[in-house]
Design a protein around this ligand. Structure first.
Ligand code: EPS
Length: 392
């Protein structure tokens, strides 16, 4: 019952996008401005195409609230597609390499790639952002914060202090259209995207999400399905156009000896009243996860997005009707959606953390969750087998 879950519906040029969120506890005051703010950020970022000038994504919450506060019932989120023309949009017969076009057309036995691309489109990520942003109203009540940003676009890398406060990182990120906390790199990213546009090409990049304020012990090593690292990888790896996900040091860990990978454990009595209950690390190569569970350090997840597969210059393809060689179809598209993808990653990660929080601190109401959370922290601080449990 305490299982938090969601599903989405909607096509890119259909009437609307829907997210149905089940399992929110009662008593959470929903920050609608946070959801709309994230939807607006997702529409923006340098490199977006004409579609984003048409849409004005804002959430309409159809159910689950009374006076802005959750009552435990499913929360239905509704987003309108202004560019709603699925029935009139022309067929697409020349599949774009890299898109779902070819595999979907064969799978669903049609020569019209539109039947696949309408749902495969990254437009669906607006619904995922809405659901993730909703879950952040719950996370905040437990002091958990999530932040996503761009770390590279194409071959332009950034360099900034990832351990800076979220306020500083967020201010730096929000000061440019690349959504990158390194202002100098952001300028170069924007120039690189501009050049790709002139070359009628597209660009990918890498985004990173951090979660801070997480208690130790979210997720589980008891069932592979509950390992939080695997679940985060699924959430991020399923974002349209993502081809790789890393946690902490990621692939680099495979190149180093253990002594240069594992984060040594220290105890700082001044930090017993934080979610880490005093156990601290000087490095965070594990990205906050060990044994499929949070270890009290910030969670750090990165995702690699490939370049968008709709290229103005086209690529070699085949007409599905004539079977003759032809250039792939061009439809209005983005040059790079890496900044937008950082918003998507931030919010899908938030949802997975909220799901794990719900599993550990179940309860029908937010208050029950908070009591369970406080009780857990008290026990974790003493680790005396429950002797400090004053509830009896
Ligand atoms: C997309 C194609 C473009 C993008 C779209 C993803 O849309 P359209 O075909 O209407 O111009 O802008 O992204 C969104 C609509 C969005 O909301 O992110 C695609 O084919 O994946």
């Amino acid at each position: 019952m305490a299982c938090l879950d969601y599903r989405t519906a909607g096509e890119s040029h259909g009437k609307a996008l829907i997210a149905l969120v089940e399992g929110m506890p009662a008593g959470v005051k929903v920050d609608r401005a946070l959801i709309d703010g994230e939807l607006t950020r997702r529409q923006g970022g340098y490199g977006r195409g004409g579609r984003m000038r048409i849409e004005r994504d804002t959430v309409d919450i159809l159910s689950g609230l009374r006076n802005g506060v959750t009552i435990g019932s499913p929360v239905a989120l509704h987003l309108v597609n202004r560019d709603h023309r699925i029935d009139e949009a022309p067929p697409v017969r020349r599949p774009r390499p890299g898109h779902a076009d070819l595999a979907g057309s064969i799978k669903w036995l049609t020569t019209d790639c539109r039947e696949t691309l309408e749902r495969a489109s990254a437009r669906e990520t607006a619904a995922r952002v809405a659901a993730g942003a909703l879950s952040r109203s719950l996370l905040r009540e437990l002091g958990i914060e999530v932040l996503g940003y761009v770390v590279s676009v194409s071959d332009v890398d950034s360099d900034f202090d990832e351990t800076a406060t979220f306020v500083d990182l967020k201010n730096a990120r929000d000061a440019n259209e690349a959504y990158c906390p390194d202002a100098v790199a952001a300028d170069r990213m924007i120039k690189t995207i501009r050049e790709a546009k002139k070359a009628k090409d597209t660009l990918g990049g890498v985004v990173e999400v951090q979660v801070r304020g997480v208690p130790i012990g979210l997720g589980s090593s008891m069932r592979f399905q509950d390992r939080l690292d695997g679940r985060l990888m699924q959430a991020v790896g399923s974002i349209q156009a993502f081809k790789g996900v890393e946690i902490g040091l990621g692939f680099e860990a495979a190149r180093r000896p253990g002594s240069r990978v594992h984060d040594e454990i220290h105890f700082d009595p001044n930090l017993v009243d934080t979610p880490s209950v005093g156990f601290v690390r000087k490095s965070n190569n594990a990205g906050g996860l060990e044994g499929g569970m949070t270890n009290g350090a910030p969670i750090v997840v990165r995702g690699a997005m490939k370049p968008i597969s709709t290229l103005l210059r086209g690529m070699a393809s085949v007409d599905l009707v004539s079977k003759k060689a032809d250039q792939s179809t061009y439809e209005r598209s983005d040059i790079s959606a890496v900044p937008a993808a950082s918003v998507v990653a931030e919010n899908v990660v938030a949802f997975e953390i909220a799901r794990a929080v719900r599993e550990k601190f179940a309860g029908d109401t937010l208050r029950e969750m908070q009591v369970a959370y406080d009780w857990f922290l008290t026990q974790a601080k003493s680790l005396d087998g429950g002797k400090s449990d004053t509830a009896e």
